[in-house]
Design a protein around this ligand. Sequence first.
Ligand SMILES: CC(C)=CCC/C(C)=C/CC/C(C)=C/COP(=O)(O)OP(=O)(O)O
Ligand SMILES: [Zn+2]
Length: 476
Amino acid sequence: MSVDEMKKEGECGRRQWILSVYWREMDQESWQQSRSPTVSQRDQWVTESQVFEIYQLFSSIPPNAKSLMLELQRDNHIDYVTKSLRHLAPAFSVLDANRPWLCYWNLHSIALLGESLDDELHDNTIDFLNRCQDPNGGYAGGPGQMSHLATTYAAVNSLITLGGQKALASINRDKLSGFLRRMKQPNGGFRMHDEGEIDVRACYTAISVASVLNILDDELIQNVGDYILSCQTYEGGIAGEPGSEAHGGYTFCGLAAMILIGEVNRLDLPRLVDWVVFRQGKECGFQGRTNKLVDGCYSFWQGGAVALLQRLYSIIDEQMTRASEISPTSDVSEEEEEESSDGNSSDATCHFTHGGMSEPSLANFRNIGYNFINEWRAREPLFHSIALQQYILLCSQEQEGGLRDKPGKRRDHYHTCYCLSGLSLCQYSWSKRPDSPPLPKVVLGPYSNLLEPIHPLYNVVLERYREAHEFFFAES
Ligand SMILES: CC(C)=CCC/C(C)=C/CC/C(C)=C/COP(=O)(O)OP(=O)(O)O
Ligand SMILES: [Zn+2]
């Protein structure tokens, strides 16, 4: 990007340009000088040196070896996640309360890699998830345990990923709807489980499953926007609860939930962009919060937030124009000033107009997830997508299969799922349509690295989402 283009693009362009300069011209000396002052100096140094060593090795090898180093070890990853799925019941007693999560991380990884399960494993997984379904609604971490919103989200996304009549029809939507209502709090938030914590994760998991299963309604949406708004911090990112620190995981959850309920224009989006684009570090990966270490899983949580923001340019522009029009000398009445400072103007409650959804009617918010994809008009990404692919392929990938947080850490199924999800987002980040095949120059490494595209609001493979949408929206 030239300096002129950078000026034309404004602040976001400037940041993207800065990141690309870092990426192209970083050297050990400037790297050392720009070390974060508050993260443990030793941890920061260890991460930087390990990452830097990998990049140095990479830059010194011949082009054909470079291509090998950048290759996605597809078969080894498939092996790693499929084995885990086969041994789900006996092998993960240590993750006893998280078994639907293991299903989701592994099934989603397999789907991203374009692979499917054999019939027996497919059926066994549906049966296992059914045993986690509570007769009173929702899914627990294991058979006979208590329903939890996080494992409900994991189980629903797993069944959508498995696909087919048996998987989709196994979800008891009436009972699930009752569970969501029992978790709903008067302040707009949701509890994760009976007497559990209230946070932005709970809002997202509740709204996401309600939206994808077509059981979202006014009662569930009531005050959710107020709660999430109260979690946007002075930095611009979103925290887990009011008063906490902005974090990538919660920022994705808060932003996606606000989009799904049609109230995203109530967030301060320019400030959110500001925060999230600076979370991509000189190591090329994303960190979860200010002055912390980069980690492969934020390729999805932060990369996902950026991918969503990429589809909200018109609202961001509107907010920036509105902000520039408000000057200290302008003739604004007290009433108007109050409205614009809390973001709750009459316009803000009329739900966002993106994708032709200008009326706040039930039919509209029910279709937001679907329209978000169908009316896709992507603009260029606000992050350095090639740099992020480099971090995932060179620093997070284990050649023997599986992906990890950073060099020196061990692979695990959570990081495998979210590194691959982030990689898919990068590969399609320049596409005009959500699943139009990207140009080869946009995919780092051999073109065979290409993964399946995902629906960025739910993080399920797009084709599986479409099947589920047809199934759950057929009668309405
Ligand atoms: C859908 C769903 C359930 C989403 C969960 C979102 C998510 C990943 C939240 C992050 C939680 C958190 C505060 C991690 C900090 O861990 P840390 O202090 O070990 O990591 P850090 O140093 O990178 O912040
Ligand atoms: Zn992580």
